[in-house]
Ligand binder design. Structure first.
Ligand code: ATP
Ligand code: MG
Length: 198
C-alpha cells in the first residue's frame, strides 16, 4: 500500500474507532459466553482470569466438568494464587462415570458454590467453566441459573464456557464468541499435550 493511501485508510479507521469509543459510555459488568466446537474456550476464560488478577481484582473459578488430569491452569492457580477460590465438580467426565444421579447431585453442589459467588459483592470476575453442559444434560435448571446470573452482584463479570450454549444464554450474554473448529491435531492421531491441551 502506498504511503498516502495508508494514511487515508488509517485516518478513516481512527474516525470509526473514536466514534465507537464515544458510543461505548456505559460502565457495567458483563456476561461473556465462549462457545463453539473449536479449541480455545477454557484457555480464553482463564486468560481473562489472569488478566483480572493483573489488576489485583478478585476472581474465582468454578469448573463443572473436570478431567482426571489436572490442567496447567489449575496447577498454576493452586501453586501461585492459593487465595483464588477454585471449585471443581470433580466427578471426571460424565461419559466415564455414567451415573446420572451422582453427576446431578455433584452438579447441584457445585452450582450452590457458584450461586453464592454470584452474590459476592467483593468479586470482580467469575469463570463458570463448562457450565453449558449442565443444561444439555439437564443436571441444572437453566431458567434458575439464568435468573441467578441476572440477579448477580452488580460489579461482577461472569465468563461462561462450553459447547452448545443455547439461545436463552446467548441472549442474556453481553459478549458471545463462537470458536469454530477448523481442524484439531487429535483428529490426526496426535496425543493431547501438556501445556497445549491441558
Ligand atoms: P481449551 O481447554 O484447550 O481451551 P476448549 O475449552 O475450547 O479447549 P473443550 O471442549 O473444553 O475445549 O475440550 C477440552 C479439551 O479437548 C482440550 O484438550 C482440547 O485440546 C480438546 N479439544 C477441544 N476442541 C476439540 C476438537 N474440536 N477436537 C478434538 N479435541 C478438542
Ligand atoms: Mg473447555
Amino acid at each position: 500500500m502506498q504511503a498516502d493511501k495508508f494514511n487515508k485508510t488509517m485516518a478513516l479507521q481512527k474516525a470509526t474507532v473514536d466514534a465507537g469509543i464515544e458510543r461505548a459510555n456505559q460502565e457495567r459488568s458483563v456476561i461473556v459466553l465462549l462457545t463453539g466446537d473449536g479449541k480455545g474456550k477454557t484457555t480464553s476464560g482463564f486468560g481473562m482470569i489472569f488478566r483480572a488478577l493483573g489488576y489485583g481484582q478478585k476472581v474465582a473459578v468454578v469448573q463443572f466438568i473436570k478431567g482426571t488430569q489436572a490442567s496447567g491452569e489449575e496447577l498454576l492457580l493452586r501453586d501461585s494464587f492459593p487465595a483464588v477460590p477454585l471449585v471443581q465438580m470433580g466427578t471426571g467426565f460424565t461419559w466415564d462415570t455414567q451415573n446420572f444421579t451422582a453427576d446431578q447431585a455433584a452438579a447441584w453442589r457445585t452450582w450452590q458454590a457458584a450461586a453464592a459467588m454470584l452474590k459476592d459483592p467483593a468479586l470482580d470476575v467469575l469463570l463458570l467453566d463448562e457450565l453449558t453442559y449442565m443444561f444439555a444434560y439437564k443436571f441444572l435448571n437453566e431458567a434458575e441459573v439464568l435468573d441467578a446470573l441476572r440477579q448477580r452482584s452488580p460489579q461482577l463479570s461472569v465468563i461462561i464456557t462450553g459447547r452448545g450454549g443455547g439461545t436463552p444464554l446467548r441472549e442474556l450474554a453481553d459478549t458471545v464468541s463462537e470458536v469454530k473448529n477448523v481442524k484439531h491435531a487429535y483428529d490426526n492421531g496426535i496425543k493431547a499435550r501438556a501445556g497445549v491441551d491441558y
